[in-house]
Ligand binder design. Structure first.
Ligand SMILES: [Zn+2]
Length: 287
């Protein structure tokens, strides 16, 4: 069970990590790793650290469903909860939160740049376009307590899209579609074409972040955390992916994306499917 900590400790730790008043900050976090805090306290601490001139942004992503289940799925609205954990849902619950209208990769933001970051990002726009706006604003990115479980900075997905790597992937809508309510209140179908690649291997970027001196690390509560400027990370990731478009392949033989969905790795598909089948056969009978 996680240990109780104070909001002041979180504020002090966020400052020590390098977050400053006036920052535009995009972050992902595993709040349970930070320590036990009352509901809403982490967002309060973040807003305290960036101050009145600062903006906090999170990934309020939502899942699609298999195409044949689409008709029975709940349409996306700006009230749909995010699957991405406690932090985005805490940000969404804040009375000043603004959320973009993309049916699967909506972003949530609070602060003076919130409108600039989220406005006009809908079903017809690139999935990661708000990240481009974060870069233009000189924003920073933080990972709090999720460095080992989910090491990626979202700038890498924008770099993949800008390098047109997406032809290497079977279209995401083959496996996942959503419904959403448009501006006229009509329910529409969303078929995503620009998926993000598997991010399990994004830890491989870290050596270059360190080499370029852009990564800061520390603890927020009990959570190991990192902070980096978005523009520098985007530049590093883009150069690496340009020279090696398979850099973002993970080593797991059980990864669907890296073994089946990637067109440039389709030759792994028979082995993947065979593993799946034999796993099912080997499952002990349920009593
Ligand atoms: Zn993978």
């Amino acid at each position: 069970m996680s240990e109780s900590i104070t909001i002041q400790r979180v504020v002090d730790d966020l400052r020590a990590l390098g977050i400053q008043p006036g920052d535009t900050l995009m972050l992902r976090a595993t709040l349970s790793a930070v320590g036990k805090l009352r509901r809403g306290a982490f967002v309060e601490a973040l807003l305290d650290v960036v101050g009145q001139q600062g903006t906090v942004m999170g990934l309020a992503f939502t899942s699609g469903v298999l195409p044949w289940k689409l008709q029975h799925s709940e349409p996306f609205t700006r009230q749909t909860p995010s699957y991405a954990g406690a932090l985005p849902n805490a940000l969404l619950a804040h009375p000043q939160a603004l959320r973009s209208a993309h049916p699967q990769t909506s972003f949530v933001a609070i602060g003076p740049h919130a409108e600039l970051l989220t406005e006009g990002h809908g079903p017809h726009d690139g999935a990661y376009e708000p990240v481009r706006r974060l870069i233009a604003l000189g924003g920073k990115m933080a990972l709090i307590g999720c460095v080992s479980s989910s090491p990626g900075f979202t700038t890498a997905h924008l770099a993949e899209a800008d390098l047109n790597l997406q032809w290497r992937m079977l279209p995401p809508w083959l496996f996942s579609q959503s419904r959403y309510v448009d501006e006229n209140g009509k329910v529409q179908v969303f078929k995503r074409r620009d998926g993000g690649f598997c991010s399990n291997s994004y830890w491989k970027f870290y050596a270059d972040y360190v080499r370029h001196g852009v990564l800061r690390s520390g603890f927020v509560g009990h959570a190991y955390s990192v902070l980096a400027p978005a523009a520098a990370c985007y530049g590093i990731e883009k150069e690496i992916l340009r020279s090696n478009p398979r850099f973002n392949v993970c080593d797991s033989p059980d990864c669907f994306m890296c073994n089946v969905q990637r067109v440039d790795r389709l030759h792994h598909a028979p082995y993947f499917l065979l593993r799946r089948l034999t796993k099912r056969w080997r499952k002990p009978p349920t009593v």
